[in-house]
Ligand binder design. Sequence first.
Ligand SMILES: Nc1nc2c(ncn2[C@@H]2O[C@H](COP(=O)(O)OP(=O)(O)OP(=O)(O)O)[C@@H](O)[C@H]2O)c(=O)[nH]1
Ligand SMILES: [Mg+2]
Length: 371
Amino acid sequence: MKFVDEATIEVIAGKGGNGAHSFRREKFIPKGGPDGGDGGRGGSVLAIADRNINTLIDYRYARKHVARNGEHGRGSDQYGAGAENITLRMPVGTIIYDAETGEELFDMNRHGQEVILAAGGEGGLGNIHFKSSVNRAPKQWTPGKEGEQRRLRFELKVLADVGLLGMPNAGKSTLISRISNARPKIADYPFTTLHPNLGVVRTSESRSFVVADIPGLIEGASEGAGLGHLFLRHLARTRILLHLVDVSSLDPDEDTIARAVGEARAIIEELRKYDETLYEKPRWLVLNKLDMVSDPETVKTRFCKEFGWDGKVFAISALSGDGTQQLIWDLQDAIDAYRQVDNIAEDKAAGTFVAEDPRFDDARGDNLAPR
Ligand SMILES: Nc1nc2c(ncn2[C@@H]2O[C@H](COP(=O)(O)OP(=O)(O)OP(=O)(O)O)[C@@H](O)[C@H]2O)c(=O)[nH]1
Ligand SMILES: [Mg+2]
């Protein structure tokens, strides 16, 4: 499934430094000529598409990006230094709009693609430029130009990396609201969730992944029981499924465990009936509501044994957050590994990247000038 990740930010490029107005004054040169240098260029704000970034979540926190001004020129032919550019890294697939007019400006669809969001102002000219045969002592100089300033909207269509699967009331919505920025409705009755929700899970400054919370699935869903099973299509592009099982009513006596295992098997059977490829996706077992269980270790061991499960298993409380940290770290590592494999395949297919924006000057830094 796709959802739109969005952020609106402001970019302000640096102002160019002023040109200087100055004359040479040396001991033995009584009437020195003009020696006022030019101002430096203001820093530009650039954007680069980076496939190692997956969401726009950073831009919801940092909304204003300001590059520094260029230095003013000085006497003795000294030019002011240009200010450094700042570069905003964003996911491949980000579309950049002018937030005021709604006009589409850039489609950042290639890894490494680089564009200028706001160009730094040019530096002003010092008075050395105004010397001529008729004016040997020019007083003119020009001020630096203002940097460009814009409000921009970034838009990214995101696909879920992880899908939550489970019976109604298993705690899927509670989990996504605990680990991500999504805030779906949570309630103690079945079929609370009627439409999928996506949330971004952020595990560090630069790492994140997207989780899909879907309605609960019950036995017979493929024949239309409950909400049916068509919403499973939202999991088609995910990498990993988390199968949530509510273990709150289990005590390690065999009966309750056998019943829960039966229900878990039914869920997997519904998955298989919907689509064989979904059934074959990596699936991790997540035992939820552990805060309600007096002997969690035993419940976990017995459940897995009865289920015949030797895959990855987590025991958590979505409500208290117990165990969720390890779960999201492991998910992030696994998702990163999949992306790495994709990147290698993509590099092989695409060859290397060439900068395309004609305004982009390879010299970077000081000389990034619109031509
Ligand atoms: N004690 C406890 N209660 C939980 C936990 N996780 C969820 N719950 C409760 O279980 C009930 C159902 O939670 P939801 O998150 O709405 O479950 P769901 O899987 O999204 O349910 P549907 O949307 O109906 O499929 C709510 O009352 C939650 O507060 C948990 O770890 N511990
Ligand atoms: Mg729900």
